[in-house]
Design a protein around this ligand. Structure first.
Ligand SMILES: Cc1ncc(C[n+]2csc(CCOP(=O)(O)OP(=O)(O)O)c2C)c(N)n1
Ligand SMILES: [Mg+2]
Length: 326
């Protein structure tokens, strides 16, 4: 039984479950690559938040676009980036999504509508507004979604973006993944309202709070707002209540979490929620689930081994894909 009683077709559930398992397996391996020093720098995992990217991406149609954050591996895979493009990019290889020049925080591929992952908090919001304006001017009927954290809702770009999108009724959905923490600070130390969604009223647009652990629920709620935006009725602010099971970035062990909090959220693992629902509805059994999980884990390991052997970009590539206006 889903929260609102509307179950998605079995194939959609299967696809969502598979995608969430792919994101989970990819990120667990990515963390390993960083800890083994095979990749330098840092990485931000979305483990625990997979239902957000998968539920939202399932709503999108060809030509729709997305911008997201440095916590963007899940968004990229959900948008259709291949595991090879992601892993090669992670390791700085020429066959990566950005030819090895972006890395973990900048998974981008305009050909699949992923206009950019941004390391600057809030920077992706105005870009999404611009993309939505393009759709309006070109009359494409497409929408743009932009992901950001609850911390980004305290950044100036949030206000400017929602205000402009609202006044121009642009087809953009502002998707806040409220995972309770901005870096090492709990939301309540930085944010005076419990729900970010209430801020929508300042812009005269709908603001809704959604269970971000439930992929089906995310799909239904985002779908309704997407249809509205496609009809020309303007933007919406959608707050997905979620939780990151890991720390903010690579080395963060999250000592600032109250005892027992993680354990409570682990009971609401998005993969578990969908899996159990599918089992209850006779669409999956434990053995099939384990087989699926293991085959995805194997594929991820194979792709990483392949990426290790791929070449780095040549030095001349430094001068490619750049421009200046003189
Ligand atoms: C403009 C700007 N200020 C500060 C930072 C440092 N910073 C990186 S992530 C982060 C926390 C953002 O939290 P939130 O928006 O909730 O996203 P989450 O990481 O939880 O997904 C901060 C402050 C930054 N990258 N950009
Ligand atoms: Mg956060």
């Amino acid at each position: 039984m889903t929260q609102n009683g509307i179950a998605l077709p079995a194939q959609m559930r299967q696809d969502m479950l598979k995608k969430m398992l792919e994101i989970r397996a990819a990120e667990e391996r990515i963390q390993g690559l960083f800890l083994e020093n095979l990749v330098r720098g840092t990485t931000h995992l979305c483990i625990g938040q997979e239902a957000c990217s998968v539920g939202v991406a399932a709503v999108l149609q060809p030509g729709d676009t997305m911008t997201c954050t440095y916590r963007g591996h899940g968004h990229a895979l959900a948008m259709g980036m291949t595991m090879k493009a992601l892993m090669a990019e992670m390791m700085g290889k020429a066959s990566g999504a950005c030819k090895g020049k972006g890395g973990s925080m900048h998974m981008t591929d305009a050909s699949i509508g992923l206009l950019g992952a941004n390391a600057i908090v809030g920077a992706q919001l105005p870009i999404a507004v611009g993309a939505a304006l393009t759709s309006r001017l070109k009359k494409t009927g497409n929408i743009t979604v932009t992901f950001f954290g609850e911390g980004a809702a305290n950044i100036g770009a949030f206000h400017e973006s929602l205000n402009l999108a609202a006044i121009w009724k642009l087809p953009v959905l502002f998707i806040c993944e409220n995972n309770l923490y901005g870096e090492y600070s709990v939301w309540s130390k930085t944010t005076p309202v419990r729900d970010i969604a209430v801020r929508a009223s300042s812009y005269g647009i709908p603001g809704i709070v959604v269970d971000g652990q439930d992929a089906e629920c995310v799909y239904h709620e985002v779908s309704a707002m997407a249809e509205r935006a496609r009809r020309g009725e303007g933007p919406a602010l959608i707050e997905l209540k979620t939780y990151r099971f890991r720390g903010h970035s690579r080395t963060d062990q999250a000592p600032y979490r109250p005892k027992g909090e993680l354990e409570e959220w682990l009971k609401r693992d998005p993969i578990l929620i969908l899996k159990e629902r599918m089992i209850a509805d006779g669409q999956l059994d434990e053995t099939e689930f384990e087989e699926l999980r293991e085959s995805i884990d194997r594929q991820v390991v194979e792709v990483v081994e392949w990426a290790k052997t791929e070449p780095y970009p040549p030095v001349e590539a430094l001068y490619e894909d750049i421009y200046y206006e003189g």
